[in-house]
Design a protein around this ligand. Sequence first.
Ligand code: GLN
Length: 197
Amino acid sequence: MQVAQPVVGVLALQGAFAAHELALAEAGARPTQVRTPADLARVDALVMPGGESTTMSKLLETSGLFDEIKARLSEGMPVFGTCAGMILLATDVRDGRPDQRSFGAIDIAVQRNGYGRQVDSFETDIHVEGEDVPFHAVFIRAPKVVSVGPAVEVLAVHEDVPVLACQGAVMVASFHPELAGDARLHHRFLHHHLRRG
Ligand code: GLN
């Protein structure tokens, strides 16, 4: 897909969606909030923000968005999931609620709140594949990646644990890239993944 100024939806059911809109605009996209299937129909790509994945899972069902997003993902819609958004896209969610659903769009196992209570929020600079300047990563009760499948490309690690990865048109981060005041990862999503989609 080659779109001059792609319309990129930000799932706005709950959580940290406003800062994503700013970062997407800075990266050259036209951001729009997605709350309904009609909103989804207008977008070229989607960002799933941080927040509470259990709540988002519920709201995805009640809004009718779950099945619609699932269908778009199977058609190759590019998606960038951050923190809770990463959990929603994973194939395997550990320590989730029993009724919590995920899209299984990227072959990773994640443990919710996997960085533990002592350091449930922290910030650190990480090296991202292909970038010369480190990226300031903000982790907030972040999921920890516990395994990745062979089709997954790891783009950054923190203490040997993958924190940024992609598979086809799906990109995920366990941190909050929208809080860094640095739109490079949104730019990367638009320019690498949207074209592959
Ligand atoms: N711990 C949250 C969850 O399980 C994710 C935290 C976040 O998105 N900042 O959904």
